[in-house]
Write a protein that binds this ligand. Sequence first.
Ligand code: SF4
Ligand code: SF4
Length: 481
Amino acid sequence: MKEEEEKYRDSLATVNERGNRNWIFAKQPKGRLYNARTVVSVCCFLLFFSLPFIHINGRPLFLFNVVDGRFILFGAVFWPQDFFIFGLVMVAFILFIVLFTMAFGRLFCGWVCPQTIFMEMLFRRIEYMIEGTAAAQKVLNRGPWTTQKAIKKILKHSIFFLLSFFIANTFLAYIIGTGELWKIVTEPLSAHAGGFAAIMVFSFVFYAVFAFFREQVCTIVCPYGRLQSVLLDKDSVVVAYDHARGEPRGKLSKKETGKKDCSCTNCGGCSRIIPPPMGDCIDCLQCVQVCPTGIDIRNGTQLECINCTACMDACDFMMEKTGRPKGLIRYASENGITEKKKLRFTPRLKTYTTVLLLLITAITVMLASRKPAGATVMRTAGMLYQERGKDSISNLYRIKLINKTTADMPVTLRLDGIEGRVELIGHPYIRIKAEGQGEGTFFIVLPRHAVSKRKSMLKIGLYEGSKQVLSTRTTFLGPVK
Ligand code: SF4
Ligand code: SF4
């Protein structure tokens, strides 16, 4: 019996017994959660489509230029030298997702994941508009090809592709910036063949995902969904069916629905229905019909559930219709349902929260103390020291500089904490362009009496005017004493 109950775990709702795709015709949800998700999605769309166009001090707010290794987060430029900070931000982000999932399940998937909101709130809505309800779509798909069917299909797929093209352009703007994107769009194709190819590849990928692949992204491809089994525990809050209240399920009979809870026979004003001698689930399957991944949430938490809450709206509607309390399917933890327990702050949650707080503190400190410039100093390879007359010794160096600010930076070099001087070759200073790189060659000259070892460590200060922007270290070679 147990095996029979668990059988649903052996197959995917989107694959039939012959291994073919089981196309999901999800009914459009209606209800307060669907309305709330619509509002959240509109906010997300506004953010997604506007963020690449927002510039602060001439810089985009966000840029993820993986090609040139240039990243901008909230207007701050991250160079390859800052990658340890970037790495830490990513670790903190992953940890946040882990912690969040342990506490609130896949809330992220249902409410803000781009795949879900684009699929459910944009592409599927367009499908409802063009092809009608889920039932109408099923009839259309299974019916023969007619002019009307062809028009509907062409119209739907054209709009899907146009939207995918628009999303691909925006997506690319996050990678190369709006300036470069504008050039690709406005300048001759031959000048930007690579960029144009990238736009088309992204467009076709998005189109294929939203028109055909759909919910399989969440059930087959997305690693986050697959991690659920290790992240969720019985205290995690998920979209859950209250089996204690719902079972044994059973269809409503007319006799049961017509009963009143008083013995009087003539008032006619009482409409309260006596619950049938069974659980509250009336087995109407509305929760299954609205599910975009085609599952039955009454079987328990499943990998395919993206916590979209469509089944909550559908079930609440049925509960209201039949005079039962809402919330048969609701946000709850397994323990909350079986033991009537509230969300607990488990030791696992405490540990993750502590680690997360430590990481956030470390990142904040690192970001706050981040220098406006970066420098790499290298002593010229294969060269020993040079004698400068009788009383001085010099070493030759090369310096590479990065300016992380939006203004040009003229930089001079000085020795810190030791007698001696820096002699820049060619210019009295190195000019580093805004958000650019610069380099130079220089001697460090030390009086002979200051060189006590074969190899000593020196501190070099980089100054913009009288303001020190950076301090770096290098070695100095001297004669053996
Ligand atoms: S079971 Fe409910 S919450 Fe989960 S994906 Fe289906 S409709 Fe959405
Ligand atoms: S919508 Fe509610 S009542 Fe209907 S089958 Fe699903 S859980 Fe049962």
